[in-house]
Write a protein that binds this ligand. Structure first.
Ligand SMILES: Cc1cc2nc3c(=O)[nH]c(=O)nc-3n(C[C@H](O)[C@H](O)[C@H](O)COP(=O)(O)O)c2cc1C
Ligand SMILES: C=C(O[C@@H]1CC(C(=O)O)=C[C@@H](OP(=O)(O)O)[C@H]1O)C(=O)O
Length: 388
């Protein structure tokens, strides 16, 4: 399985190609659109999300709603392109508006400055259009195809928010995918504790009014993952490492950890390991899940617990100091219309890239040209390791 995305934030559309999806998966396109809506929603988003109504258009690899086993081709329109057509036309020559609206005051925290140095672009819009998190809409669509494949194999996952700015959400030590799924339906913060909605809204409002921004923490839970995905045998085959790379590739993600994460560094070994038990019906399992479902680069059969740190949005309405790339004078950074926080959409995006990595690993591990055959192979494997 492999995927690519293309498209600029204010260009005509985003385009995605996903190869390696088994033949015979009945795709629920409305579910893809629902997850696209979840990525757009979330308290703290800016005006752009009122313009966009993300909906996927599948133009290859699907017939009568069923995957063919051929590459899936996906499109999502950028409705905002209509407002940027003169600036972002893929073919016509630059016009007066392009000259007037060149980006030459790189924003700290963005790809603007270094992207321009690397590519020799003197209008930094040529960098920021692609480095924008707009691209993650397509990754979420591709991620939901993978989520539907995982669901067909009995594997469920959810992404949610655990912290925004200074407010950590108080929640039970262990939550299931089902419990989180129900809780996050009830608020626009994707948090599992409804009592903290009002204070977090107030914090976001305060930050927006101050021209500032917020980061936070998100978590992805995955259930019913078979033990033994990934490998201990070589660095490149370790599945926790592949997932960490995918999570870090999401815009604004600055940290990734598993299970109890950074706290593990302060715990005694006797508190941090997950003791092994066996029951005939259940097979091997653990008495706790401090390590978040990974040992030695492999899944161990416990739920996966993946944590990610989201940095605050870099564009500030009270802009930071930068340098004009022409005059080299100290100036205030360019201000692009912006979100106040992206922690809520980040929880959807991180879950999507985790789904992609798991689907890739499963299709690479088992015979996967056809969904039914993949299902049988996985069921045989689950049976074998439960009795071994
Ligand atoms: C869903 C989402 C929305 C974002 N919205 C904005 C935004 O409105 N303004 C902004 O400056 N950065 C925004 N970002 C963050 C930037 O895309 C990101 O910080 C930048 O591309 C640099 O990449 P890096 O933070 O991964 O180094 C957003 C990120 C995500 C995940
Ligand atoms: C477009 C999206 O997010 C954008 C991500 C983004 C950035 O710099 O990453 C900057 C903003 O772009 P704009 O200036 O067009 O409002 C966000 O709105 C999206 O998530 O769909």
């Amino acid at each position: 399985m492999e995927y690519y995305t293309a498209g600029e934030s204010h260009g005509p559309q985003l385009t995605g190609i996903l190869t390696g999806v088994p033949a015979g998966l009945k795709l629920d396109v409305e579910q893809i659109n629902q997850v696209l809506r979840s990525r757009q929603a979330g308290y703290g988003r800016g005006h752009r999300q009122q313009i966009e109504h993300d909906q996927v258009n599948i133009v290859g690899g699907l017939r009568h709603g069923m995957t063919l086993g051929s590459p899936l081709a996906l499109e999502i329109a950028n409705r905002d392109h209509a407002n940027w057509a003169r600036i972002m036309d893929p073919l016509s020559s630059p016009n007066r508006e392009n000259t007037r609206r060149k980006v030459e005051r790189p924003r700290p925290g963005h790809a603007d400055l270094v992207g321009g140095l690397k590519t020799r672009h003197r209008d930094l819009r040529n960098v920021l259009e692609r480095s924008s998190a707009r691209e993650t809409a397509m990754r979420v669509a591709i991620g939901n195809v993978c989520t539907q494949l995982l669901a067909a194999l009995g594997i469920q996952l959810v992404g949610y928010v655990q912290q925004i700015g200074s407010i950590a959400v108080t929640e039970p030590a262990t939550l299931t995918v089902g419990q989180v799924g129900r809780a996050i339906l009830e608020n626009d913060l994707r948090i599992a504790n409804q009592e903290q909605v009002a204070p977090i809204h107030a914090l976001i409002d305060q930050s927006r009014q101050a021209g500032d921004t917020l980061g936070g923490q998100v978590r992805v839970l995955v259930e019913n993952v078979p033990a033994g995905l990934g490998s201990y045998a070589s660095a490149q085959a370790k599945l926790d490492a592949k997932i960490a790379a995918a999570v870090i590739s999401v815009n604004a993600i600055k940290g990734v950890s598993f299970g109890d994460g950074q706290q593990l560094g302060q715990m005694a070994g006797s508190q941090a390991m997950d003791e092994i038990a066996y029951q005939k019906l259940r097979g091997y399992y653990r008495l706790s899940n401090h390590l978040g479902g990974f040992e030695g680069g492999m899944t161990n059969g416990m739920p996966l617990v993946i944590n990610a740190t989201v940095k605050p949005i870099p564009t500030l309405y009270h802009p930071l100091q930068t340098v004009d790339i022409n005059t080299k004078q100290a100036v205030r950074a360019n201000v692009e219309r912006s979100d106040t926080t992206a922690v809520v959409p980040a929880s959807v995006i991180v879950a999507s890239v985790v789904a992609i990595e798991l689907a890739k690993e499963i299709t690479a591990t088992f015979e996967s040209a056809n969904l039914e055959r993949l299902r049988e192979a996985l069921a045989r494997y689950r049976q074998e390791i439960s009795e071994a």
